[in-house]
Design a binder for this molecule. Sequence first.
Ligand code: DLL
Length: 442
Amino acid sequence: MTRQSPSAPDFMFEPEVETMPRPALAALQLERLRWSLERAYDKVPHYRKAFDAAGVKPSDLKSLADLAKFPFTVKTDLRDNYPFGMLANPMNEIARLHASSGTTGKPTVVGYTRGDLDRWAGLMARSFASAGARPDDIVHNAYGYGLFTGGLGAHAGAEALGCTVVPISGGGTERQVTLLRDFGAGVLCATPSYALNIAEVGERMGVNIADLPVRVGLFGAEPWSDEMRTALDRRLGLKAVDIYGLSEIMGPGVACECDTARNGLHGWEDHFLFEIIDPETLEVLPMGEAGELVITTLTKEALPMIRYRTRDITRLTDEPCTCGRTHLRIMRVTGRDDDMLIIRGVNVYPSQVEAVLVGLKGLAPHYQIVLTREGNMDAMTVETEAAPDTDLGEQALVDKAGEVRHHIKSIIGVSCNVVVRLPGELPRSEGKAVRVRDLRGK
Ligand code: DLL
C-alpha cells in the first residue's frame, strides 16, 4: 500500500490510484472486468446458467460498454442459492461469512477470501483517509459488530490506516458518551441516526459532544439528508461525512465522500464498476441521470457480483472534484426504490420528510412515518418530536403540527397527518433507524 506522496492534493492513502487519469482507470477496469466475468462463469453455476440463457460469454466483452449485454443479478438470486451457492471458492478458502437479516425470508449470506478481506480493509482505509481520518487518530467505532458488515468492516479499515480502534459496537449509549469523552477519539463511526442519539444522551449527561476532540463523523448504512448533516455537524461539532456500501458488494467502503467537497461519494472504481439504470426499462442511463445504482465487482474472489441491482436510487457524476480524485461520484443515495412510499399518487421518500423536519425550528430531528388505510386510500402520519427547549403546551404542539403539515404539503406535495410528540417519546436508533411503520392490512 502506498503512503502519501508530496504531490498529493491532500492527505491521500493511495494518491496514484485515487487520481488516476480516466484512460488508465478505464483500461484497468476492462482488464479486471474480464477476469471477474470469467471467474463468475467458470466457478458459479448460477452465472453460467444466466449468461448462457442471455446468449453471452465472458469473451464477448470487448469494451466496458459491452457489460450492458450481461444479465443483472438480484437479491433473490442470493436467496435462491442460500446459503453458499453463489460462492466461487470452496469453504476451506473462505475466511469469513457475513449475513444481513432482511425483512422477509432467508438471510442474504456473503463470503470473503483472505484476499477479499485485505482488499476490503484497504478500501475502508482509503475511505477513512478520504473522510479526513489520519493514522494517529483514535477511531470510536459504534457500528454494530457481528453479522452486520459495519462493525468489522470499519474496524479493519481503521487498523489498516494505522489508527487506534475503540471497538465499542452499537448500544450502551451512556458508555459511548463516557468513552468518547475519556479517550478523546478524533473519529466517530455510527449510523447518522445513532450519532444523533449519542449527542442527545450526552446532553442529558451534561457532556456536550461538540466540546470533545471528535472532528470527523463517518456516517452511513442508512439514507440521510443534507439537513441532517447540518444538524450533526453542529450538535456533534464535527464534519459529518457520508459513507456507502452494501454487504452483497463488500460492506462499507464501496464509496465515500471526501472531506474537501462533501458533495457526492467517490465510488472506488478500481474495484467496482458503477452503472445507473432505469428500473422500469432496465436501460443504462447516461451519466448524470437519476435511476437505480447497479454495481459489478472487479476484484472480489469469493462472491463475484455481476450487474447487481442495489435498488438504491441516486445519480452519478464524473465532473472533476475539488479534492483531485478522479473516481466518479455517487450523489447522495436518497432512498431505495422499495422504501419509496406512494401516498395519494405522490412518490415520497422518508429522507424527503426528514429534510423538511430537520429544517424547521422547534423540532427534534426524530421521526417515524406511520402508514394506515383510510377507506380505500393510504394515509400517512408523520410523528415527530418537539425540541426540549420549546413550548411543550398542548396548543403549542398542535400549532407546530399544523406548521409541519403545511411545509410537507408545500415542499413534497403530499397531504398527511402530523403528530408532534413530547421530547423522548419516539424510539431511538442504535443502528439503522426504522423510519416507516406500516400498519396497512393489520
Ligand atoms: O449498511 C454497509 C454499511 C455499513 C455502509 C456502515 C455504510 C456504513 P447493508 O446492511 O447490506 O450494508 O445495507 C446496505 O443500506 O443498499 C442502502 O440502501 C443503505 N445504505 C448504506 N449506506 C448508505 C448511505 C451496510 N450512505 C443498504 N446512504 C444499501 C444511504 C445507505 N443509504
